[in-house]
Design a protein around this ligand. Structure first.
Ligand code: HEM
Length: 329
């Protein structure tokens, strides 16, 4: 499966350099801002480092923000827009109420604007900050083609319709990812982003109490781990500090595969990945072997490149927002 992914990687980079996106007039390019903002990557990387130096737990939040942007209307910054008197935006939809990192994106945008006013989209800034967040907590420093433009609409209803639920089974997950042009391996390696970050009890407490008519706790969850989680999450009490990878919660590594393999993935959506034989094989190989774990980093970069290309706006579409939370007037 890794060899196929290598080939896809080469083709995806090639495609990103040469091919038109279905909806746009333009391209995503690795050197898109070479003339207009040559120091962009350095500015964003430095700003991200400053943010993570104050609070490293924002690394997972900033990565998740990009995922939630791309899955709703594509990677065009709609998740960053505020609601208005007449419209409830994505940001205020239920699955997005646990997002964090919005002020930090504003901060990076302000730093970019100081040096390159009116040139760089919020969508591209989000793509770069997500990559730098991953890289700065030990993950891969994958390439990010640029040239996305910012959308001008954002609907809460679309976030609810498009974002996968943590209680999804494998079929729902596969269909959801397929609707975004992402395949089975993308589903697995992108889910492995759960090697960093924290969750609210509410995101998995259905697995701990009255799970089904036949089983009080989710049988796909390790019973000893279920007890630990019950102690942290008593019924009807929420708490937002549950690490998804309790061994190294803010190091981007391969421990996610260890956890899922031993039935300690936090969400049903993590556990569901074991139900496919090919995915199970990938999980088993990548949980121990260092060279295979490095191939996970490569696979993650490929899948992020694919996710980062979903329905992008290019050319004359959309706009370059001045402030990431507001459309230009
Ligand atoms: C496969 C479907 C997925 C589901 C069902 C899912 C669901 C969730 C849920 C419920 C949380 C916890 C929210 C909370 O309780 O605060 C979470 C956290 C997180 N997710 Fe996912 N996720 C999925 C895929 C992804 C992908 C594709 C990425 C990125 C590539 C990602 C990155 C993260 C990160 C980094 C966090 C931690 C956020 C933080 O600490 O602030 N997830 N996810």
């Amino acid at each position: 499966m890794a060899a196929i992914h290598d080939l896809i990687f080469a083709l995806a980079v090639f495609a990103s350099l040469l091919l038109r996106h279905a909806k746009g007039d333009g391209f995503l390019l690795l050197n898109y801002y070479q003339e207009t903002c040559p120091n962009l990557e350095e500015i964003v990387s430095d700003a991200t480092a400053d943010i993570l130096a104050i609070d490293v737990t924002l690394a997972p939040s900033l990565l998740r923000l990009f995922f939630h942007d791309c899955f709703v209307r594509g990677c065009e910054g709609s998740v960053l827009l505020n609601s208005t008197a007449s419209n409830e935006a994505e940001k205020d939809a239920e699955p997005n109420l646990t997002l964090a990192g919005f002020p930090e994106i504003d901060l990076v945008k302000a730093r970019v604007e100081e040096q390159c006013p009116g040139v760089v989209s919020c969508a591209d800034i989000l793509a770069l900050v997500a990559r730098d967040s991953v890289a700065q907590v030990g993950g891969p420093n994958y390439l990010v083609p640029l040239g996305r433009r910012d959308g001008v609409v954002s609907y809460a209803s679309e976030a609810i319709a498009n974002l996968p639920s943590p209680s999804f089974d494998l079929t729902h997950l596969v269909n959801n990812f397929a609707s975004k042009g992402l395949d089975l391996l993308d589903l697995l390696v992108l889910s492995a982003a759960h090697t960093i970050g924290f969750a609210h009890c509410a995101s998995f407490s259905n697995r701990l109490y009255n799970f089904s008519a036949t089983s009080y706790t989710d049988p796909s969850l390790d019973p000893h781990y279920a007890k630990i989680l019950q102690a942290k999450c008593p019924p009807n009490q929420d708490f937002d500090g549950n690490p998804m990878d309790y061994i190294t919660p803010v190091v981007f590594d391969h421990y996610y595969f260890n956890l899922v393999s031993s039935n300690k993935g936090l969400f049903q959506s993590d556990a569901a990945l074991l139900n496919d034989p090919l995915l199970m094989q990938y999980i088993e190989t990548h949980k121990t072997n260092v060279s295979d774990y490095l191939s996970f980093f490569e696979d993650f970069g490929v899948s992020m490149l694919k996710m980062g290309s979903i329905q992008v706006l290019t050319g004359n579409e959309g706009e370059i927002r001045k402030i990431c939370s507001l459309v230009n007037t």
